[in-house]
Design a protein around this ligand. Structure first.
Ligand code: NAD
Length: 474
């Protein structure tokens, strides 16, 4: 314990109702030593055995799910998504435990092509200690998304959750202890200083967060020559072609953009619509946006929670102000509301936007839908690709084939066809983050597990070793 206390505000009330002691360098170093001491035995067990242990953890999370969901609810100001996060974590552990043993190649000796007397075999060796640094928007999901496959691979893991949403770690810790995993998985609460210090202790770091922080983590990891797997921000475009079904387009655009109050990396943040259907689409989008309700004052009603991180409200307000000053029109929404001490923002539809505006260029992380018309598919593709980000994108057309034709031209790591933001709901397809949206192998699909191994070669001489004279010049 460092004695450096961090205060945490409740997103629904604005009041500081939680304080925690940030783990410092000395604390991390002790923790790392403890986990490293236990990791060897963990890695020596079979993958089936480790999966079995994780299934026990899934059961203990299930037993503690009310307490974990309640803490997450206070962290994020939303109830339904908090519960879905807990259920999703349990399902994810069970899914990985069922599938992981089949993903590793069975090691066997192979004869060399040039010299059959030399045989070789691969050994997949896990990183001993993995560091996970997570953001505040899905505190549990994004703390465990890398942790689960890392543990299954045989690594021990230290997670540094966001200082904005740290409450869930306590009840989750009880489930970790109950499953007997405390020597292999530990949470180290703290802020950026703790995150930076964690990079100095681990053998690989998985970071989910903003581009500026991701760059700092990459530089620090480079200083130690350890890999940094980065999952960063996005500015996802949605292209709606003239042939699109209008109900599908409006439903997908609205959900893809405002779910979780837009506080999701894969949120739709730019919408490009074929000019022929633009007026009709706008009308319907505005009507749908105006039907969305806050989960205030009753947390059991409505679709949108508060802004989790109050400072994000200033960023959104600044982008809206800049857009309006440059000629954008707000068709609905457009201002930050205050209820009960929290910050809220209704779905906001904007037109007359341009690529000079921050609201089109920078990540917004709010329920904002800037809409532009396009005259040709080439123009739509050019506009969608005109960004430093490349996290994901979406295309809606009359047929999957037509959407696919456009999707193949988009410079992003995942493209949803005939829906929006499917990477939030579907984690089986491998995807990498393009451009400034990240670095490293896919965290989804088989690569999500295999990235935690380094491949070692065992090379056996079954014939006579070559004498030095075989290399003689004379
Ligand atoms: P952030 O970058 O501010 O913080 C993320 C984490 O990094 C926090 O735990 C923070 O304490 C820690 N941190 C801060 N400074 C650090 C440092 N110097 N070294 C190490 N760690 C440090 O991000 P945020 O505001 O918490 O989250 C929002 C961002 O996360 C958005 O940009 C969003 O797009 C992104 N995100 C990306 C994905 C993805 O999968 N690509 C998913 C969710 C969120």
């Amino acid at each position: 314990m460092s004695g450096r206390m961090i205060e945490v505000a409740n997103p629904r009330t604005g009041a500081v109702d939680y304080r925690f002691d940030a783990v410092d360098e000395a604390g991390l170093s002790k923790l790392a030593a403890r986990l490293r001491a236990a990791q060897g035995q963990w890695a020596a067990r079979t993958i089936e055995d480790r999966c079995e242990a994780l299934l026990g953890w899934a059961d203990s999370i299930d037993r503690h799910k009310d307490a974990i969901a309640a803490a997450l609810e206070t962290d994020t100001g939303r109830r339904r998504i908090a519960r879905l996060e807990v259920e999703g974590a349990i399902a994810s552990i069970r899914g990985w435990a069922a599938g992981a043993p089949h993903l590793l190649p069975q090691p066997q000796w192979a004869e060399g092509r040039m010299n059959p007397a030399i045989r070789h075999q691969a050994q997949d060796v896990p990183y001993a200690l993995t560091g996970v640094i997570s953001p505040w928007n899905f505190p549990l999901t994004l703390s465990l998304i890398d942790t689960i496959p890392a543990l299954i691979a045989g690594s021990a893991v230290i997670v540094k959750p966001s200082e904005v949403t740290p409450r869930f770690a306590e009840p989750l810790g009880a489930a970790i202890a109950e499953a007997g995993l405390s020597d292999l998985l530990a949470f180290a609460p703290g802020d950026g200083a703790t995150g930076a210090a964690l990079v100095d202790q681990v053998d690989v770091v998985c970071f989910t967060g903003s581009v500026p922080t991701g760059k700092k983590v990459a530089v620090r990891a480079a200083g130690r020559l350890i890999p940094a797997f980065l999952e960063l921000g996005g500015k996802d475009p949605l292209i709606i072609l003239e042939s699109a079904d209008m109900d599908r387009a409006v439903t997908a655009a609205l959900r893809g953009s405002v779910l979780s109050t837009g506080q999701a990396c894969q949120s739709i943040e730019r919408i490009y619509v074929a000019r022929a259907i633009y007026p009709d689409f706008l009308d319907r989008l505005v009507t749908a946006a105006e039907a969305v309700r806050f989960n205030w004052p009753d947390i059991n009603s409505g679709e949108l929670g508060p802004m989790i991180f109050a400072r994000q409200a200033d960023i959104i307000a600044g982008q809206l102000e800049d857009a309006v000053a440059r000629g954008a029109k707000v068709l609905t929404g457009g201002k930050i509301d205050r209820h009960g001490g929290g910050y809220w923002i209704a779905p906001t539809v904007l037109t007359d936007v341009t690529h000079d505006m921050a609201i089109i260029r920078d990540e917004t992380f709010g329920p904002i839908l800037p809409v532009m018309a396009f005259d040709s598919v080439e123009e739509a593709v050019r506009l969608a690709n005109d960004t430093v980000y490349g996290l994901s994108a979406a295309v809606i057309a009359g047929t999957i084939e037509e959407a696919e034709g456009v999707g193949r031209q988009l410079d992003a790591g995942a493209v949803t066809l005939n829906d929006a933001a499917l990477t939030a709901l579907f984690h089986e397809a491998e995807k990498q983050s393009f451009k400034q949206s990240g670095l490293g192998p896919s965290r989804m699909g088989a690569a999500g597990l295999l990235r935690f191994y380094r491949r070692k070669a065992l090379i056996a001489q079954t014939g006579a070793p070559a004498p030095l004279s075989a290399f003689s010049e004379g």
